[in-house]
Design a binder for this molecule. Sequence first.
Ligand SMILES: [Zn+2]
Length: 229
Amino acid sequence: MISQSEITYDVYISDMIPQADATPLPNGDHPMWQPMSSTLISGPTEAVLVDPPLTIKQTEALADWVESFGKKLSYIYITHGHGDHWFGTKPLTERFPGVSVYATEGTLEVMRQNASDGVPGEFWTTRFPDQIPDVPILAKTVPADGFSVDGAKIVVVEAGHSDGDNTTMLHVPSIGLVVAGDVVYTNVHQYLARLATMTRRTLQRPGNTSTMPKASLRPGRRNCSSSPR
Ligand SMILES: [Zn+2]
């Protein structure tokens, strides 16, 4: 049996990158795409990588980092279907032959909304032209009996809607680790555009007599100097 001390994790941050074809921010700054984290959970001999990044360049840098650990990359796990958490999958499978790619059925559904026939959707190509690799969906659903790294059980946790539909987290009980994907953001504004759209649609549905006050649609962040409304 593997001891807890033999399972470790490390986090790699893909830094912010500029978005093409984007309207300048109110202060004149060029919009940047948020930083993204990928997590490597390692045992003595093998590892699982959680969430490949978005662009070819980011993926090459991440692959170098993964290789530096000297472990067999057995699995890639994708927490949710947003392209910036899986578009780098194909180059990684070429760099680490034999790796199995896993996601939930719900994640696969959202992945198909982000890309079709191996081509990223327009949302992505307009922001990152000529920067994204081919994006065939290589993930398979997680086996019914789950998977493990050097004997340490890896547990998929369904989180429902967070910054998108069908999001998940990974739990590694033996070391008390939760890899939360985009269910948790730290020092980065969470992507809530989709949530706002869904909420507005609900409120605008014909016959909706919701008494939900307008205050329910207020953003969670605001300037401290603004007066409460
Ligand atoms: Zn996301």
